[in-house]
Design a protein around this ligand. Structure first.
Ligand SMILES: [Zn+2]
Length: 254
């Protein structure tokens, strides 16, 4: 049995890995929901959260932010921990029925149901696009106001209702940078459990327009030559995966 145990966004690791065994390394708090997740490496997998901070019980137990666990866990374990975190977020934020106000209770492993009107709800996933825009040997990088660190990333934004993903790409690029793009191509996607998103990556080419930064969201936007890039995001992110793929396609070592 694998155990995925969170204290807020901090994942419990045992000897730097997901704890494994018949019993979890810390007790399941009374009243905590024990989540049943899909099997992991052919073994059953459960998850729960602890609300009180722990002083480490043994030297083997450490806590690490989910993002940082990407660097130490196998990818499948990181992704499963992300799924667990999304279910915990759902549990925390969907407690009452939004139609009749009655309490919601767990119904299946991934849904809750209203005790009164029987409405069933699943975690809502926020879909966002992220796009790598090139102009010859240059790439458009932006600095978002909400980035905690001084690195540059890619234009990104949430999908709106009634919009295709490609329309979302055009709209976000126009809103944030005033540019037009062409040859929009799907690249790949990844779950983004911060707290419950799906990042859909695209590539596109500069088509026209004069670069003008949208002050509310960005502090800077510029085309950078592939040989002179500023600090770019961590390996975990779709932004970095897109940038690395672009650099590699130009025969550059990353
Ligand atoms: Zn209801």
């Amino acid at each position: 049995m694998y155990y995925i145990i969170f204290h807020n966004d901090q994942l419990l690791l045992h000897d730097g890995a997901l704890p494994q065994g018949e019993v979890p390394p810390v007790a399941i708090p009374e009243g905590a929901h024990l989540h049943t997740l899909p099997d992991l490496d052919g073994e059953a997998c459960r998850a729960f959260c602890i609300s009180t901070p722990l002083t480490p019980l043994t030297p083997e137990i450490t806590f690490t932010p989910l993002r940082a666990s990407y660097d130490v866990l196998p990818l499948s374990h990181y992704l499963m921990a992300g799924k667990a975190r999304e279910l915990m977020h759902f549990d925390d934020t969907v407690r009452y029925c939004s139609v009749c106000g009655a309490p919601m209770h767990w119904h299946t492993d991934i849904s809750k149901v209203c005790q009164s009107c029987k409405r069933e709800v699943w975690p809502s996933i926020a879909t966002a696009i992220i796009v790598l825009i090139t102009r010859g040997d240059e790439v458009l990088l932006v600095r978002a106001r909400n980035f905690r660190r001084p690195y540059y990333g890619l234009v990104a934004g949430f999908l709106e209702t009634g919009e295709t993903l490609e329309e979302c790409v055009r709209r976000e690029v126009k809103e944030e940078t005033n540019l037009e793009v062409k040859n929009i191509r799907y690249f790949g996607n990844q779950p983004w459990p911060y707290p419950s998103g799906q990042m859909v990556g695209f590539t596109a080419e500069y088509a026209g327009g004069e670069l003008r930064v949208q002050d509310e969201e960005l502090t800077d936007a510029n085309f950078f030559h592939r040989d002179h890039l500023p600090e770019i995001p961590h390996k975990l992110s779709m932004a970095r995966i897109l940038i690395d793929a672009w650099l590699e396609s130009h025969g550059h070592e990353v």
